[in-house]
Write a protein that binds this ligand. Structure first.
Ligand SMILES: [Fe+2]
Ligand SMILES: [Fe+2]
Length: 497
C-alpha cells in the first residue's frame, strides 16, 4: 500500500514534474552525579563568590540549584547503558538491524520501538565521557535535570564546566520543542532574560522553558521558549520560532463541539496545553506567510505565487481560530493570542539564498510533513469535531506545501546555481534534523490527536523518503538524498490512509 501517493502526486505536480514515478515526565529534579575527578581531568569547580551557591559545599559533577537549574562544576563519568530492548528482527520496518548498523555516534545500539505506524528498529547512542563525544560537545548523564532522553547523550556545548564561564556557571538546557529535545550547555550571563523555567511561568505559552542560546545561532542570551514544532510554517526570527503569548480573550476561537465530559482533568489540561501551543504557532504562521509574500514581491515573483501566499495567510487565521477553539474547549476557559511584536519588528531578509533556505526547511519539508501528520491525526482522533478540524487543517497544509514546491521550482528556474546550492543545503539540514525520533512529549494522547513521539519520528522519516525525496529529485539539478536509512519496507506499513 502506498498511502502517501496522493500527497506525493499533488506535490510533484506543484513542482512541475507530473508523471514522476513513486519511490519506494518532564520530571525535573534528579540531582545528578557528583563524582571524584574522572577521565578528562578537569580542574573542578571554581571557587567563585559570584557564582550561585551550589547545594554541596564543594561542588563537583552536575549540580542542581534549589530553583531547579543545573550546572556542571566538573567532568564526570556517566552511565552509558541503553536500557531499551534490542531489535529482535520481527519488527515491521528497520532503520538498522544490528548494533553494527549504528555508527553515527558512540556506543550505538539498534533498539526496538513501537509507534502508531508499527514496530520498528532504530539507532540510539549513549556516552560515558566527553571524550566519546564530538568537538564542542559534552556527555550529559542520564537523569540530569530536565533531560528526557532515556540514556546519557552527547550535547552541543559552549562551555564544558563552570570554570569556562568566569563569574558565572555553565548551565544545562534540555528543551523539548514539541518534536525533539535540544540539549545544550551554555554560560549564564547577566543579560539573560530568564534563569529558571519558573521565570517563564508568566509566559502563557504552555510548556514554556528557559532555554540556552542556540550555539550555532545569533542569539547569546538564555530566554523563554515554548513548544515550537508543530504542523505548519513557523515564524523564525534569529533562528528561533516565535509565537505570541497566550491571553484570556474570546475573539480568536472558532466554535468547538468536542465532547470533554469523559476526559479526566489531567488529560484535559495536558491536551489543552498542547492545542494552545499549536494555536500560537498557527497564529505565527499568519505572520510567516505575510513576510513570505513580501519576499516574493521583492524577488519579482509571478502574481499567482504572491496571491497564493496571501490566501495561505488567511488559511492560517482559520487554523489559529480552530486550534484556539479546541484549546479553550479543553481548558474550560477562553484562550487566545497576545501581541506578536516580531511579526512587524523583525528584519525582513529578501536575499535569494535566505529565502530559498527558509522556503525549503519551513515549506517544502515542514509543510509537507505537516500535511501528512495532519492527515494521520485526523484519522486517529476519536472525537468527530476534532477529526473534522484536523482534516480541514491537513487539507490546507497540503495546498501550502504545494505552494512551497511551486515557489521553489520558480526560484530554481529564475536564480540558478545560488538557489540550487541553497536548496541542497537546506534539504540536507532538514533530513538530518529528522534522523532521530523526537523526545517524548508531555501530552501524547492519540484519541485527542496527539501522536507519541516515536510514532511521529517514524511517520516523518516515511514521508521524507516517500514524498520529499522524489519531489526533490524531480526538480532540475537537485539530488535525491532521501531520509537517512529509510527502510524500504516503510511503504508497506499498515497505515490508515
Ligand atoms: Fe496552519
Ligand atoms: Fe500552513
Amino acid at each position: 500500500m502506498d498511502r502517501h501517493r496522493s500527497l506525493r502526486m499533488t506535490l510533484l505536480l506543484a513542482a512541475g514534474a507530473a508523471g514522476c514515478s513513486s519511490s519506494n515526565s518532564r520530571d525535573i529534579a534528579v540531582v545528578t552525579l557528583a563524582e571524584p575527578q574522572a577521565a578528562g581531568g578537569d580542574a573542578g569547580a571554581p571557587d567563585d563568590p559570584a557564582a550561585p551557591t551550589p547545594r554541596t559545599p564543594r561542588a563537583a559533577g552536575w549540580v542542581q540549584e534549589p530553583d531547579g537549574t543545573v550546572h556542571r562544576a566538573s567532568r564526570v563519568r556517566c552511565d552509558a547503558t541503553i536500557a531499551q530492548r534490542a531489535c529482535s528482527g520481527t519488527e515491521r520496518s528497520f532503520q538498522c538491524k544490528t548494533d553494527a548498523d549504528c555508527r553515527e555516534g558512540p556506543r550505538g545500539k539498534c533498539v526496538s520501538a513501537f509507534g502508531q505506524i508499527g514496530a520498528y528498529c532504530g539507532c540510539e547512542y549513549a556516552c560515558e565521557s566527553d571524550a566519546e563525544c564530538g568537538a564542542s560537545e559534552v556527555c550529559v548523564c542520564k537523569g540530569t535535570g530536565a533531560l528526557r532522553e532515556e540514556h546519557s547523550v552527547c550535547a552541543k556545548a559552549q562551555c564544558a564546566v563552570d570554570a569556562d564561564c568566569p563569574g558565572s556557571t555553565c548551565g544545562l538546557s534540555a528543551y523539548f520543542n514539541g518534536c525533539w529535545e535540544q540539549v545544550t550547555l551554555a554560560c549564564r550571563t547577566k543579560d539573560d532574560s530568564c534563569r529558571s523555567d519558573a521565570d517563564c511561568a508568566s509566559d502563557t505559552i504552555p510548556g514554556a522553558a528557559c532555554v540556552a542560546p542556540d550555539i550555532d545561532g545569533e542569539s547569546v542570551r538564555w530566554q523563554c521558549a515554548g513548544i515550537s514544532c508543530a504542523i505548519g510554517r513557523p515564524l523564525v526570527v534569529d533562528g528561533r520560532p516565535r509565537a505570541a503569548r497566550g491571553a484570556a480573550r474570546d475573539d480568536w476561537r472558532a466554535p468547538a463541539e468536542l465532547d470533554v465530559a469523559s476526559l479526566s482533568p489531567e488529560v484535559r489540561e495536558g491536551a489543552a496545553a498542547h492545542y494552545a501551543a499549536v494555536a500560537a504557532l498557527e497564529h505565527a504562521s499568519i505572520a510567516s506567510f505575510a513576510r513570505f509574500s513580501l519576499q516574493l514581491l521583492a524577488l519579482g515573483a509571478p502574481a499567482a505565487l504572491v496571491g497564493e501566499a496571501h490566501r495561505a495567510a488567511l488559511d492560517e487565521v482559520e487554523h489559529a481560530r480552530l486550534a484556539y477553539g479546541i484549546a479553550s474547549r479543553l481548558a474550560g476557559r477562553a484562550i487566545g493570542p497576545g501581541p506578536l511584536l516580531e511579526a512587524a519588528t523583525a528584519p525582513l531578509g529578501a536575499g535569494v539564498v535566505e529565502v530559498v533556505e527558509a522556503l525549503v526547511e519551513e515549506g517544502c519539508v515542514g509543510e509537507t510533513l505537516g500535511a501528512a501528520e495532519g492527515r494521520e491525526l485526523s484519522q486517529i482522533a476519536g472525537d468527530p469535531a476534532l477529526a473534522a478540524a484536523l482534516a480541514r487543517i491537513a487539507a490546507d497544509e497540503e495546498r501550502h506545501a504545494a505552494l512551497s514546491w511551486r515557489a521553489l521550482s520558480w526560484m530554481l528556474a529564475t536564480f540558478g546555481e545560488p538557489a540550487r546550492a541553497a536548496a541542497e543545503r537546506a534539504f540536507s539540514r532538514a533530513v538530518a534534523r529528522y534522523a532521530t525520533d523526537p523526545a517524548p512529549g508531555p501530552a501524547a494522547h492519540e484519541a485527542l490527536g496527539v501522536l507519541p513521539a516515536r510514532a511521529l519520528g517514524a511517520l516523518r522519516r516515511e514521508v521524507l523518503a516517500e514524498v520529499v525525496a522524489p519531489c526533490r529529485a524531480a526538480l532540475p539539478g537537485l539530488s535525491r538524498d532521501s531520509a537517512p536509512a529509510a527502510p524500504s519496507s516503510l511503504s508497506s506499513l499498515g497505515g490508515r490512509g
